[in-house]
Write a protein of this length. Structure first.
Length: 244
């Protein structure tokens, strides 16, 4: 069974253009995220799914320089882009982590993959019912199921959000959700990279934790925020964009 993590990333973010290449402790954000994903116990390879637009050429140049596999597809049809990438790299299981998660904790993400590998579900996620902070989002889905979704819908919202078609057909698929333990629960906490305030917050977290422990985890982050609650104020007022 081939398990691949597909990271959707592009340079034309509406709220923070070029965010995937923003510097975090001396490395572009996308490389920091890949660095963390590489800590997974289950993932066989990491693929960046970007677009064919010339604006994403700088991202592709970085990926080529770092020998990171990538796939280029439509900017608006993200479902089609991810499905095509999964088919091209002949994946059995897709682990989807969007490119705005440079704080993702793979120990928590591996719980999603582990449950999927039990074989009882078509899709396992940790955000069907959100208990984890925003930015820890991880989905494990069968490639066969995602290919079916890609063939089944032309709804623009479905094409823009990879698993929305599946979520809106809950009786056709078997789902499971991983919930955070009590001390890691905060569904409103932003650990995602979508605005300049998010970027400031993420940089502060790295500055506090990375020098002492490069592989810091969500527990370390929550303990930091308990010790320095003022950090949460940096991006507390940012509203998460709605799917519909």
């Amino acid at each position: 069974m081939k398990i691949g993590c597909i990271v959707e990333a592009r340079m034309t973010s509406t709220r923070l253009p070029g965010k995937v290449l923003l510097d975090i402790m001396g490395k572009p954000a996308v490389l920091r995220q890949i660095e963390r994903i590489q800590g997974s116990r289950f993932i066989d390879g990491i693929i960046v799914a970007t677009t064919v637009n010339a604006s994403d050429d700088p991202l592709v140049e970085l990926l080529e320089a770092e020998n990171i596999p990538y796939f280029r597809g439509s900017e608006d049809d993200v479902l089609g882009r991810v499905a095509a990438a999964a088919a091209y790299f002949d994946l059995d299981v897709i682990v989807e982590i969007t490119g705005d998660c440079p704080l993702v904790d793979m120990a928590e993400s591996d719980l999603v993959i582990e449950r999927y590998l039990e074989g009882r579900f078509d899709l396992v996620a940790n955000n069907l019912l959100r208990t984890y902070p925003i930015g820890m989002d991880t989905i494990a889905v069968a490639n066969q199921v995602l290919q079916e979704a890609a063939r089944s819908t032309d709804d623009p919202a479905h094409r823009e959000h990879v698993c929305l078609y599946l979520y809106e057909h809950p009786f056709d698929y078997r789902f499971s959700n991983i919930e955070a333990p009590p001390f890691l629960r905060d569904a409103k906490l932003r650990m995602t990279l979508d605005t300049k305030e998010d970027y400031e917050f993420i940089c502060k977290v790295y500055e506090e934790l990375y020098p002492r422990k490069a592989e810091f985890n969500l527990y370390d982050m929550m303990r930091l925020l308990h010790r320095k609650p003022e950090l949460q104020a940096i991006n507390r007022n940012i509203l998460q964009k709605k799917v519909r």
